[in-house]
Design a protein around this ligand. Structure first.
Ligand code: NAD
Ligand code: DAU
Length: 367
């Protein structure tokens, strides 16, 4: 199987979301002839404005096509896969808290949608075997460290068993298990990435870092779940997107690659850092009822990805400072992202929690 290279035609599903749009912007900015078709349903989390930098650059725009549609719809997916050298699947419902409130959409996109993509890739793989196209399309299934479940100590390696604990994580595990089964059973050229907690510009304000930055800018309470001692390993979005591109171009068929971050931190330490950068007081932080089934810690080993030749570039303190500055400078973007069902979602997720909240213990380090 030949791996697609620069200049290929990529189908990027979910390319108007946080990480997918960074992947699209950064790959087009390499100016290596790569063509990209973005297929995105534009859910509340998808935002065409995330692609404005590419769409406003004539050279990049000429290599970018946008299609609004659902990855679970074969009528939309099939012809796009026929024309693609590779499929990079970012499309998913991505917020754990929403998966706890309403799991259905997570299964439709994360399981049915992945199945529709795999079936389309399978048909093209058969056509390649029959000499009807030069080469079978590669598919990158973008997955997450959450499939390992909570990791009390040590670091997850790719051969560890998956043990997802939220509907979101279970849907992601199902999607990647299907993808790897299609590699084994039908010989599809599939590679899987498991990225860690990602942060940076264009991150929807429902997630911890952008929620706390934007609430703090408005002097609103910051709802910290439980004791705030949960640990996440933070990965800058540009590193996550570039690592996925590296795996697309260099990864081995059938392989899974962890993409760890560069900074394992307790949530309350991240929050303290945000407040320091904004010069806002810790008194904004409220300890609220915990997320059900809250995973205490994620941590992955990155040896396999390092051996493939990838190393992260963005250091967390610098990346976080730049991210906070970006939100300060892009108020219009994040206020618009708080459109749609935001008020209803926010009330459902936080109203009771905030009404019954308590003073939060301070950070473990100076922050
Ligand atoms: P996001 O929610 O910002 O973006 C998801 C995008 O997918 C949106 O543009 C949305 O409109 C689109 N989409 C949703 N359902 C669709 C459907 N049925 N058909 C077509 N498009 C659809 O998510 P993100 O944070 O950018 O995450 C992208 C991928 O990376 C997801 O698969 C997620 O599971 C994975 N991931 C995210 C993180 C993280 O920290 N954000 C970490 C590891 C892995
Ligand atoms: O680890 C990778 C995953 O990271 C991705 O697969 C998910 O798509 C992505 O959303 C993210 O999941 P998390 O649940 O870790 O991210 P979130 O930003 O929702 O929460 C980060 C931590 O902060 C987590 O321990 C929960 C906590 N938290 C979150 C919110 C939204 C709070 O304390 N309060 C909050 O209001």
């Amino acid at each position: 199987m030949t791996v697609p290279g620069p200049g290929a035609h990529l189908l990027v599903t979910g390319g108007a979301g946080f990480i997918g749009s960074c992947f699209v912007r950064d790959l087009l900015a390499r100016r290596d002839g790569t063509r990209i078709t973005v297929l995105d349903k534009l859910t509340y989390a998808g935002n065409r404005a995330n692609l404005a930098a590419a769409e406003g650059d004539p050279e990049a725009a000429a290599r970018l096509t946008f299609v609004r549609g659902d990855i679970a719809d074969p009528g939309v997916v099939d012809p796009l896969v026929v024309a693609a050298d590779a499929v990079v699947n970012f499309a998913a419902e991505s917020h754990v808290d929403r998966s706890i409130l309403d799991p259905a959409a997570f299964l439709r996109t994360g399981v049915d949608g992945v199945y529709v993509l795999l079936e389309a890739v399978r048909r093209e793989t058969e056509r390649a075997a029959g000499g009807e196209r030069d080469r079978a399309p590669r598919m990158v299934q973008v997955s997450t460290d959450e499939v390992y479940g909570s990791v009390a100590e040590g670091w997850s390696v790719e051969t560890d068993a998956v043990a997802p604990r939220s509907p979101y994580a279970a849907a992601k595990a199902a999607g990647e298990l299907l993808a790897s089964a299609y590699h084994v059973t039908y010989g599809l050229d599939v590679v899987i990435t498991r990225g860690s907690n990602t942060y940076g510009p264009f991150h929807h304000p429902e997630k911890l870092i952008p929620l706390f930055v934007t609430n703090a800018l408005d002097d609103l309470p910051l709802p910290l779940y439980g004791d705030g001692g949960q640990r996440r390993d933070w990965l800058h979005v540009s590193d996550h997107a570039a690592a996925i591109a590296h795996v697309l171009f260099h990864g081995s068929a059938g392989e899974t690659y962890n993409i760890p971050g560069s900074a394992e931190r307790e949530n309350r330490d991240v929050v303290a850092r945000i407040l320091a950068l904004l010069d806002k007081p810790w008194s904004l932080v409220r300890s609220v009822a915990d997320r059900p089934g809250h995973d205490r810690r994620y941590a992955m080993d990155g040896t396999r990805l390092t051996a493939l030749g990838w190393t992260n570039r963005v250091e967390f303190d610098e990346g976080l400072a730049a991210t906070v500055a970006w939100y300060r400078e892009h108020e219009e973007w994040w206020r618009a992202a708080r459109g749609g069902d935001w008020d209803a979602y926010y009330a459902r997720q936080y109203a009771v929690r905030l009404a019954t909240s308590a003073t939060a213990d301070g950070p473990t380090e100076g922050g």
